[in-house]
Ligand binder design. Structure first.
Ligand code: ADP
Length: 306
């Protein structure tokens, strides 16, 4: 199986739940408090590792307690963290999340060390990237860095999967280096500046992306390239928490590609990983193992009489 490189964010999520959000200047008592490791990069790394892949994480944390905890979680999951750097005098990326009893939230991201994942770092890690067969990127590190990493990988023949989240304008230089881009509905609209899915996807293909995978929540996903358009139905599950669905889908797709699955089979696998992730609470905690995905898919096939 090809080794998977993840170049991306490593965060700690600081979650505080309240009955009602305070007004400006008001103080309210909270209901519950917890910290949990997050960041799209780290989430995708943990998810890919659980699915049985050989995973190397590239990124940065700060020299604080959150950085130590985030790295510990990655290491305990079996992700190779030898190339993750600790920035002195900088905070680890954090997301401060307030949730009210209606489940609505406010999120403030402090990028911290993620902002320091720069082009020099990409130059430094190039020899290690060369040992990987595919790379997973997201947009929680600087855009210039994502661009440089994608360009380098494309030049070396390393397959590039971009999860364009959080959505940001992506220029042609970046898009030309992407083998698979995996926006959800809102991200596709924003990046392509187009409300119609097919037109939006075609715009990205015209800009040089090789394949577009539109994640479509419970419905599953769509696959669009110059030759064909395909719909891959999602799996019916009872959703408990959709946090991390996109991250687990991306990890599932990357692992399936690393194993050499063809596109449609890889997307069915990714749909199953995403579906299982939404049946549990949390992001990294909800990521399924390969065994769980296999059992789930086999049970369904049997149930459907396939
Ligand atoms: P994001 O989390 O990036 O917004 P989606 O909500 O589209 O992305 O979810 C990513 C993938 O996870 C979907 O394409 C699908 O495979 C799976 N998924 C998400 N929500 C559900 C659900 N309620 N039931 C089954 N599968 C789901």
């Amino acid at each position: 199986m090809k080794k998977i490189a993840i170049i991306g964010s490593i965060n700690m999520d600081i979650v505080s739940s309240v009955m009602q959000f305070p007004e400006p200047g008001e103080t309210v008592k909270g209901l519950e408090f917890r910290t949990c490791p997050g960041g799209k990069g780290a989430n995708q790394a943990v998810a890919a590792k659980r699915l049985g892949a050989d995973v190397v994480m590239f990124g940065k944390v700060g020299d604080d307690i959150y950085g130590k905890q985030a790295l510990q979680v990655l290491e305990n999951s079996g992700v190779d963290i030898r190339h993750v750097e600790t920035c002195q005098g900088v905070n680890t990326g954090i997301a401060v999340i307030h949730v009210n009893k209606e489940g609505e939230n406010y999120i403030v991201i402090q990028e911290g060390a993620n902002k320091h994942v720069d082009i020099d770092y990409i130059k430094k890690i190039q020899p290690f990237l060369d040992t990987c067969g595919l790379v997973l990127l997201q947009l929680e590190i600087p855009m210039e860095t994502v661009k440089r990493a994608a360009q380098y990988c494309a030049e070396q023949g390393i397959e590039v999967i971009l999860d364009p989240a959080p959505a940001a304008p992506c220029d042609g230089q970046l898009l030309r280096c992407i083998d698979f881009i995996t926006p959800n509905e809102g991200e596709l609209k924003k990046i392509a500046c187009e409300d119609d899915m097919e037109k939006g996807a075609r715009k990205l293909l015209d800009a040089g992306v090789k394949n577009v995978i539109k994640k479509a929540g419970a419905k599953g996903c769509y696959f669009i390239n110059r030759d064909r358009m395909d719909y891959i139905a999602g799996f019916k599950v009872k959703a408990a928490d959709t946090t991390g669905a996109g991250d687990s889908f991306n990890a599932g797709f990357a692992v399936a590609r690393a194993k050499g699955y063809e596109d449609r089979k890889a997307l069915e696998y990714a749909n199953a990983v995403g579906a299982l992730a939404v049946t549990k609470m949390g992001a990294q905690d909800s990521m399924p193992t390969h065994k769980e995905v296999e059992l789930f898919m086999n049970d369904l096939k049997r149930g459907r009489g396939i």
